[in-house]
Ligand binder design. Structure first.
Ligand SMILES: [Zn+2]
Length: 342
């Protein structure tokens, strides 16, 4: 075969081969075309390679170069077309519209986090900022500065987790009140969310580690009226409560102290299982900051007054979502958490 005929033949093999691959509608047709063009036994490229033998010696380099180009172009287009057909077969497989949809995994906030964020949002509107502090505390910040007498039962090792050497895992978020009063001059309005630790057994209503939210307001001329009006406003926003009541109570760090109840939203005050028949639901402890707490933090207890409150968002989450056992909140069972996810 002379060189020109060979080059013409190579061009024809290339052109027809490319057309066969590009036109193959599916993988089966492509395989048939591959055998006809690139097949080892009877393929046209194989025939072209054998025809090289009939080329005169001086024309062999040019013919061989053309042969190599032809083969590599055809191989490249074949593998490109093959991948494209495989991809479309894979996507065609999930185009069955009768299949149930595969739901994407969606993360969500924990119910206790949702409650804390809602509380924060309401107090933010009332001019409060969020403050945080360490969970491993000194005994002075956890008890001494908060007016706990040295023989108070809370200091007992049966109630408090003492750290080796010195210090405790804080039993409430109140040490952050003292740290805030030491760091910033009044007026102070802070909300203090955080984890606290008690030496409690894990049962249906107790956990050894749980969330707490406290609030603190200190300035000149702050009175119990400010406490009641602010907390009433909160109860109205958070619980939709139309009525609240304050019952005298006792905490070392406030004087006077009061428990705050909201009227049961389920029975409207007539008594039901949710409120244990009383018509009221206890939501928080509060009181006027004891002057010795202000003094311990370095403030003038004659000049400044303030009020504080503390509540447990886990208990609020339990009553809000009708959860029967507090341990469910800490199990990280996605089947449960998904029901509350927003
Ligand atoms: Zn009720």
């Amino acid at each position: 075969m002379n060189l020109q005929d060979y080059l013409d033949e190579a061009a024809a093999v290339e052109r027809e081969g490319l057309a066969a691959f590009a036109g193959a509608p599916d993988l089966e047709a492509l395989e048939t075309a591959r055998i006809a063009v690139l097949g080892d036994r009877q393929g046209r490229v194989k025939a072209l390679q054998e025809a090289l033998r009939t080329i005169a010696k001086e024309d062999k380099p040019a013919a061989g170069k053309r042969f190599n180009e032809t083969r590599s172009r055809l191989e490249a287009l074949h593998s490109e077309r093959k991948s494209a057909l495989e991809r479309s077969r894979a996507s065609a497989r999930v185009e069955d519209l009768t299949l149930p949809a595969r739901r994407a995994w969606r993360g969500a906030k924990h119910p206790v986090t949702l409650v804390i964020e809602e509380i924060e949002e309401i107090f933010r509107e009332l001019g409060f900022t969020v403050a945080q502090g360490p969970e491993a505390e000194t005994e002075w910040y956890n008890f001494g500065a908060l007016n706990f007498p040295p023989n108070h039962p809370a200091l007992d090792a049966h109630d408090t987790l003492y750290l080796e050497g010195e210090g405790v895992l804080r039993t409430h978020t109140s040490p952050v009140q003292v740290r805030t009063l030491q760091t910033y001059p009044p007026p102070i309005r802070v909300l203090i969310p955080g984890t606290v630790y008690r030496r409690d057994f894990f049962d249906a209503s107790h956990a050894p580690a749980f969330a707490q939210v406290e609030g603190l307001c200190v300035d000149e001329g702050i009175s119990f009226v400010d406490l009641k009006s602010t907390l009433n406003r909160f109860a109205e926003r958070f619980f939709g409560a139309s009525r609240t009541r304050f019952r005298p109570s006792y905490f070392p760090f406030t004087e006077p102290s009061a428990e705050m109840d909201v009227q049961c939203g389920i029975c409207g005050g007539t008594g039901c299982a949710a409120c244990k028949g009383t018509g009221w639901i206890e939501i928080l402890g509060s009181g006027m900051v004891h002057p010795s707490v202000l003094e311990a933090a370095g403030l003038d207890g004659e000049r400044y007054t303030g009020w504080a409150f503390g509540m447990g968002p886990a208990r609020i989450a339990i009553s809000r979502y009708g959860i029967p056992d507090i341990r469910i909140l800490y199990d990280s069972d996605v089947r449960f958490l998904e029901q509350i996810a927003q």
